[in-house]
Each structure stands twice: as C-alpha cells, then as structure tokens.
Ligand binder design. Structure first.
Ligand SMILES: Cc1cc2nc3c(=O)[nH]c(=O)nc-3n(C[C@H](O)[C@H](O)[C@H](O)COP(=O)(O)O)c2cc1C
Length: 390
C-alpha cells in the first residue's frame, strides 16, 4: 500500500485505477485550460507569514458555513457523474463528508438520485440546482430537495451553456457512451473499476431518468441533456427560485464584483466565488485572484465562499486569510474517491485538515476566527491593475 501524504498521491492512484475517459472528464478545463491551470498556480503567488513563539495549544479549525457547523471550512463541491468515478460515489462521498463533520453538495447531474442519497445518510446534505429549460422539472427538483430535507440549495449560475472540454469530445464521452477505440482498449484494462461498477445498479443520471419529461432511458436522456440547460436564466428567475425554495440559498459561479452586488440584491445567504474549476469561461481570472475585489464589494454584507483550484490546506488557509468564510473542493475529493472510495474521500479531507491546522498554527493562529489578512503576503499586483470597464 503506497504511503499517502498529499492530494497528489490520491490523484496518482485515481489515475491508475480509473478509465481514462472518466479521469480526463475530471481533470479538464475548457479550451486552452488557462483558467484551470491558474486556479491552482495563483495560490502559489500568495505567501504565508511565519510567526513564532505564539502558544499553539487548543487549536480548532471548526467554524460555520451559512450558520451550519463544520469541522473545517471546506465543503464538498457538486461534481456531476461522481458515481461513475466509483460505484455509488455520491452516497460514499456524502458519508465521508458527514463523518468528518463537514458538508456534501449533491449535483443535479449526479448518478445517485437525491432520494437515494437521503435514504443512505443520516444528516441533511446540500443540493445543487442547474436551471433547465423544462421549468416543471426545476420546480419539481426544488420540491424533491425539500422532501429530502436538504439544508441548503446551491444554485449554479455559470453554466447556461457548456464550456468545451476537448478531451471529452476526443474520448467520446457522451450519453450514451461512445468511447473511441483507444478508450475501449483502456476500459478493458481497468478491470477493478469495471468489476466494481457491474455490482451497482446506479449507472445513469438518477435525478433525471424517470423524472424529466420523456426521459425514460439512455437514448432519450442523450437528447435531453444536449439541450436542457436554460440559456435564458436571469436574476428574475433566481428570485423566483429563492421564493420557491424558501430555505438557505447559495449562489455559485460569481466571479465579478458587479454580479456579487446583484446576488446580494436577490437576498442570497452566500455566494461562491467560482469559475467552475476552469471548466467554463477559459481566460477568466482564477477564483483566488477574483476574490479580493468581490470581498471589497460585498464581503461585509454576505458570506463569501470560494472554490476552484484548492489542492491543499495551505490553499484553504490563503482563501480564508483573504477573507472568505468557507471553501469547497471539487477535484481534490474526486481524486480520493476515485482512488479508494469512501476511505479516499476521508483521506483527502484528513490531508487538507492537517495542512490547514498546522499551517494556521505556524502562522501564529489557533482558530479560524483569528485567521486574517495579516498572515498573508499579497503581491501588490495580485488583483491586477485593469483598464476601467464600462
Ligand atoms: C468533473 C467535474 C464535474 C462537475 N460538475 C458540476 C456540477 O454538476 N455542478 C456544479 O455546480 N459544478 C460542477 N463542477 C464544478 C465544481 O462544483 C467546482 O466548482 C470545481 O470543481 C472547483 O474546482 P476544483 O475542482 O479545482 O476544486 C464540476 C467539476 C468537476 C471537476
């Protein structure tokens, strides 16, 4: 058994075990992948201030996200098709997050359905909603999230159309799958994955098949997903969704201070500064670089979370020190899941927790409340000096 000390170790095992087309699906950004790369590399431009001779006993990473207790400010981001990375992946990832004392977000495009996950875990989880053209489906999905007792709705705003990821097209990742010859060969070598997947009945989009109008099998699902996301989504619809949901609302995919102000007007409980892990607008700022201007605009009026690019506890600490009130991890948890199932997600959370805890201590801070910009060295040009926008 390899010694696993960092997220990169989990990624190596995940890559080895998982069919290339599913690994590539996770490990892609859109187009040139500039934003995907910079999401992580921009964290490296921030430095932490080492402080000494500060009592570091009695430390805690516990805090709250939207008023809910978490053992550290790191929740699991919604990731579509998680159940194709490891059988029953959504249920297992949710169990791992809950056992660790943090939160799991189920994607609309999950393999395990919302009812299925609710039936297998003992605590409420968060549900992520995509707005589809089929408004009845959206309304019903919100009802289903309420019936499943989800404790927050995460409404994703940055995917009205799908950013192109070259690898998915080249690999033939579609619904139903049309793998290239090279991928058929690759699939045949991933026998542990294949054998495990054969044992679960959960192999399609559980929230959609049997629920969306006219989608009863894989072929009709294919037609549905191709044109289902609603390109007309606007702030009026966001308000309508808030009204229909009536519970804690998190708006995900905010990358601009002007949009952050609009999100504030809608009355959301939190926003997630996110570029969808670099999977949508290639050439957009990394989330960590976009964060300061958004905090300046709304940071004292609404809870600001961040995702995209987090691969370590040090990254979490930098985001929190900048002023975020919580973070999400997407791929870091998927690497763990794809490597070792539930135990792998737990391992990913343990790694990030230890890195966060130790780094916080070495910066002379004992609690998340004490973490502030004072522990960060931010290059003067970090947020960029841009010509005035209209
Ligand atoms: C494979 C994959 C699938 C994703 N599916 C969804 C999704 O269904 N809904 C959503 O809101 N975001 C989705 N995201 C974006 C994540 O929620 C999150 O914003 C992103 O992964 C954060 O970046 P990170 O992976 O670098 O941590 C997905 C990301 C990945 C990598």
């Amino acid at each position: 058994m390899p010694v696993i000390t960092e997220i990169e170790d989990l990624k190596r095992i995940y890559r080895h075990r998982t069919p290339k087309m599913f690994f590539d699906y996770c490990e892609s950004g859109s187009w040139t992948e500039q934003t995907f790369r910079e999401n992580s590399s921009d964290f490296d431009k921030l430095y932490l201030r080492q402080r000494v001779a500060v009592d570091m006993t009695g430390r805690s990473t516990a805090t709250q996200m939207i008023g809910q207790d978490v053992s550290m400010p790191v929740a699991l981001a919604p990731v579509g098709s998680t159940g194709m990375q490891w059988p029953d992946g959504e249920i297992l990832a949710c169990k791992a997050a809950h056992a660790f004392g943090t939160q799991f977000t189920l994607s609309t495009m999950s393999v395990c359905s919302i009812e299925d996950v609710a039936a297998h875990v003992d605590k409420p989880f968060w549900f992520q909603l995509y707005v589809m053209r089929d408004w009845d489906f959206v309304v019903r999905m919100i009802e289903r999230a309420k019936e499943a007792k989800c404790s927050a709705l995460v409404l994703t705003l940055d995917l009205q159309i799908l950013g192109q990821r070259h690898k998915d097209l080249k690999n033939g990742l579609s619904v139903p799958l049309r793998p290239s010859l090279a991928n058929i060969f690759d699939l045949s070598t991933k026998w542990a994955w294949g054998r495990a997947m054969m044992k679960t009945p959960r192999r399609t989009f559980g929230n959609i098949v049997g629920h969306a109008k006219g989608v009863s099998n894989l072929t009709s699902l294919s037609a549905w997903t191709a044109e289902s996301f609603d390109p007309r989504l606007d702030w009026e619809k966001v308000k309508e969704i808030k009204r229909l949901w009536g519970g804690p609302l998190i708006l995900k995919g905010i990358l601009d201070a002007e949009d952050a102000k609009l999100a504030l007007n809608v009355g959301a409980d939190a926003i997630v500064v996110s570029n969808h892990g670099g999977r949508q607008l290639d050439g957009a700022l990394s989330s960590i670089r976009a964060l300061p201007s958004i905090l300046d605009a709304v940071g004292d009026k609404i809870e600001v979370h961040l995702d995209s690019g987090i691969r370590s506890g040090q990254d979490v600490l930098k985001a929190m020190a900048m002023g975020a009130k919580g973070t999400f991890i997407g791929r870091a948890a998927i690497y763990g899941l794809g490597a070792m199932g539930q135990a792998g997600v737990t391992r990913a959370l343990e790694i990030i927790h230890k890195e966060l805890d130790f780094s916080m201590a070495l910066c002379g801070r004992r609690t998340i409340d004490e973490v502030d910009r004072d522990i960060l060295l931010i290059p003067e040009d970090f947020s960029g000096k841009w010509q005035a926008t209209a």
